[in-house]
Ligand binder design. Structure first.
Ligand SMILES: [Zn+2]
Ligand SMILES: [Zn+2]
Length: 135
């Protein structure tokens, strides 16, 4: 069940890690089952090295499963913290009065979270929808 590219990178002495970009020594070489790219995985307890992924045993098939950190923690496109705007930022980003956003939130017309200190937080996409709906 190896990825089609697995055989090509296995023999290369100058393989670089898909996660951190550093050279991978032979004892650190592993291939991710998800993306097929090489990453650092220390397979020797007697030589130090940092892992850029994990390996574990699939209990069902009793096979080793490899996954690099990129696949284990894919970059989040939506719902990342960059996506969260407080009312002032949202107002500025979409050229809407802050009071409009807040009253829409209070009226239930705009998804939001009100923090304990009374700050309204919005997701960029929701504010964009709201701005579009207003025309
Ligand atoms: Zn690495
Ligand atoms: Zn991967």
């Amino acid at each position: 069940m190896l990825h089609p590219t697995a055989g090509t990178t296995m023999t290369s002495a100058k393989t670089s890690c898909s996660v951190c970009g550093e050279f991978i020594a032979v004892h650190m070489h592993a291939l991710c089952n998800a993306c097929g790219l090489p990453y650092h995985l220390n397979q020797r307890n007697d030589i130090p090295g940092d892992d850029c992924g994990q390996v574990w045993i699939n209990e069902e098939f009793l096979s080793l499963e490899f996954a690099c950190n990129t696949c284990l923690a894919p970059p989040v496109e939506t719902g990342s913290l960059d996506d969260i705007l407080e009312a002032g930022e949202a107002a500025e980003a979409f050229a809407l009065p802050q009071s409009t956003l807040v009253s829409a939130a209070e009226a239930g017309a705009l998804r939001h979270r009100k923090t304990a200190s009374g700050v309204y937080l919005f997701q960029r996409g929701d504010v964009a929808d709201f701005a579009r709906r207003r025309g």
